[in-house]
Ligand binder design. Structure first.
Ligand code: HEC
Ligand code: HEC
Ligand code: HEC
Ligand code: HEC
Ligand code: HEC
Ligand code: HEC
Ligand code: HEC
Ligand code: HEC
Ligand code: HEC
Ligand code: HEC
Length: 299
């Protein structure tokens, strides 16, 4: 509620004045109930915060204003908590999402959203770094302008495009996505969250990452009659997940990449002939082969 012009200020002040009597009544009520804050209903909030609902009502949270339900799960107070004390001590006495108590702020969201990976939020690396849901999500739609392509990001109320949101904090990773070979994240073809869960703890993030490679590159996981051991073990044995100066996101160029594990190849391989420098010229099916294991050298 930060009026942009004097007319609005006067109107707002008038509303506040008109509400004076009611506020007195609420204060009395909350005192008589032993000091605990009481729920007062969204209509009262909107009387003072008149411009707040436009964008909110365009999001999925509009449902909180449509259905009858327990008072702690309805309207503004579903997130901001009971409002009676705020009426007397504005802007104190209400959850403000200004970072004063990150755990309480996240708890306000988690009472409805403790499903999926968010069930483990409290153990997450981001929670332990004193972040809250509001560091990444804005229910009031306070987001930077984005293209239609990023519909999902707007729907999930992200404060910025996903790549920028993550990379503003993880600056050191930005360069990786600009290397000659890189995952198309800055291009908007995929998000960090295709491989990382922002909501749970680090080991699980990595698990999701490993499983996620083949969710998009299914053909690389077979089924193969002859598996190449390091592929079945982890794509990261040969690929960087973010970006690389080498083609195909490879951690090393050939032949170094292959010779890390195959230093003892037969004599012909150790000839200085340049044709042996690119192992995949002959061993083409490096991810695995649909041919029988006998005499199968991934060609
Ligand atoms: C009597 C008028 C009035 C009512 C009713 C009222 N507020 Fe406020 N509220 C204010 C004022 C004044 C401020 C301080 C404004 C500021 O600091 O910009 C404020 C501040 C806030 C803030 C913090 C704003 C910020 O910039 O950090 C939140 C959140 C808030 N109110 C939510 C609510 C909710 C939710 C309700 C209903 C339960 C409500 N208010 C009812 C007058 C009111
Ligand atoms: C789904 C949860 C949620 C609901 C519902 C909700 N808010 Fe908020 N509100 C937030 C969060 C999170 C922030 C801080 C981040 C942001 O601005 O989006 C916030 C910020 C605010 C602010 C301070 C910033 C500003 O925009 O001026 C005010 C005032 C406010 N809310 C009032 C309200 C009122 C009034 C309602 C009911 C019409 C309401 N909120 C409903 C979560 C919610
Ligand atoms: C009273 C319960 C309640 C509270 C509290 C609440 N939400 Fe929600 N939220 C919902 C419901 C219901 C939906 C709509 C779900 C749907 O349509 O699938 C929703 C939708 C969302 C979505 C979009 C999900 C999607 O898949 O598109 C996000 C993101 C979200 N909420 C974040 C938050 C954050 C952050 C907070 C705390 C500031 C919060 N919510 C507080 C009930 C709540
Ligand atoms: C580090 C940033 C970050 C934080 C912190 C964060 N989220 Fe998210 N959240 C995201 C991103 C990115 C997505 C989009 C993932 C997708 O597209 O499915 C998302 C998706 C969601 C969704 C919709 C998909 C789903 O998983 O249901 C909900 C609801 C949600 N977040 C709620 C929360 C709540 C509640 C908190 C706090 C406990 C929170 N988020 C904290 C980044 C964050
Ligand atoms: C407000 C700042 C902030 C934002 C926004 C943020 N992070 Fe983080 N993140 C951190 C901090 C701080 C750590 C812990 C220190 C570290 O490892 O860098 C962390 C840790 C991580 C880790 C674990 C790193 C490890 O060493 O195991 C991953 C993965 C991660 N973040 C991904 C993301 C993704 C994906 C997003 C966007 C959805 C995101 N972060 C948004 C601050 C942020
Ligand atoms: C294609 C999947 C994928 C995408 C997309 C992706 N990551 Fe990762 N990320 C991984 C994997 C796998 C690891 C583990 C690397 C390792 O163990 O060597 C990782 C590691 C990390 C780490 C912690 C470990 C380290 O190397 O410091 C951070 C932080 C991180 N990623 C942030 C991000 C951010 C931010 C984005 C989006 C801009 C992103 N990632 C996009 C798969 C991905
Ligand atoms: C959300 C889908 C998705 C996930 C998950 C994913 N990728 Fe990709 N990957 C892509 C897309 C899209 C491209 C770009 C394809 C193109 O431009 O033709 C790509 C390109 C690549 C390339 C070729 C890069 C180049 O320079 O040509 C490699 C190698 C690769 N991915 C490996 C991986 C690995 C390893 C993982 C897991 C850590 C992974 N991918 C996870 C979608 C995905
Ligand atoms: C033993 C090393 C190694 C491992 C492990 C490995 N790759 Fe590769 N990958 C390569 C090499 C080498 C190339 C380049 C192929 C070429 O030059 O013909 C490549 C190319 C790719 C490409 C881009 C070219 C194409 O064929 O589409 C993708 C995508 C890819 N790998 C995905 C994966 C995935 C997913 C995994 C894990 C299931 C994985 N790779 C594991 C060595 C490996
Ligand atoms: C992380 C270690 C590792 C890397 C890197 C690796 N391999 Fe392998 N490779 C293995 C293992 C383990 C086997 C199975 C055991 C064996 O026969 O040596 C294998 C088997 C093979 C075989 C079949 C050998 C046989 O006798 O049947 C060929 C051919 C091969 N790899 C080629 C390559 C090429 C080409 C590259 C580089 C693109 C490569 N490998 C990278 C570990 C690796
Ligand atoms: C010109 C084709 C060609 C190129 C290039 C090539 N190979 Fe081979 N490779 C073969 C043939 C043919 C065999 C089977 C005959 C043999 O054992 O010498 C073989 C066998 C192998 C074997 C299994 C037998 C052994 O010697 O251990 C491995 C492992 C192998 N190659 C790895 C590599 C690596 C690593 C590179 C790159 C440095 C490479 N190859 C480049 C043709 C090639």
């Amino acid at each position: 509620m930060r009026p942009k012009n004097t007319t609005k200020t006067i109107v707002t002040l008038a509303v506040i004045a008109a509400l004076g009597a009611m506020i007195g009544a609420v204060r009395l009520y909350s005192q008589s109930s032993g000091g605990g804050a009481e729920y007062i209903g969204s209509a009262q909030c909107l009387a003072c915060h008149e411009n707040i609902d436009t964008q909110l009502m365009a999001t999925k949270h509009s449902i909180l204003f449509q259905k009858e339900g327990p008072e702690d799960k309805q309207g503004c107070e579903a997130c901001h908590g009971p409002g009676s004390e705020h009426m007397s001590e504005a802007p104190e006495g209400i959850i403000r999402f200004n970072g004063a108590s990150k755990a309480a702020e996240s708890a306000a969201c988690l009472k409805c959203h403790a499903d999926g990976d968010k069930a483990e939020w409290k153990m997450s690396i981001h929670a332990s770094e004193d972040m809250s849901c509001a560091d990444c999500h804005s229910p009031h739609g306070k987001v930077k302008e984005r293209s239609e392509r990023e519909k999902r990001e707007i729907e999930t109320l992200l404060v910025d495009s996903e790549a920028d949101l993550c990379l503003d904090c993880h600056q050191e990773k930005r360069g990786e996505f600009s290397k000659p070979s890189h995952m198309p994240v800055l291009e908007g073809q995929m998000g960090c969250s295709d491989c990382h869960s922002p909501h749970n703890n680090s080991p699980l993030q990595m698990e999701r990452a490993a499983a996620s490679c083949v969710s998009c590159h299914a053909e690389k996981s077979g089924p193969f009659l002859t598996e190449h051991e390091p592929v079945a073990e982890s794509c990261l044995n040969c690929h960087d997940p973010h970006g690389s100066v080498n083609q195909n996101l490879l951690t090393q160029r050939q032949p170094t990449l292959c010779l890390q594990c195959h230093a003892n190849t037969s004599v012909i391989h150790r000839s200085n002939s340049t044709q042996y420098k690119t192992c995949t010229n002959c061993h083409k099916a490096v991810h695995g082969s649909r041919l029988n294991a006998d005499n199968n050298l991934f060609n």
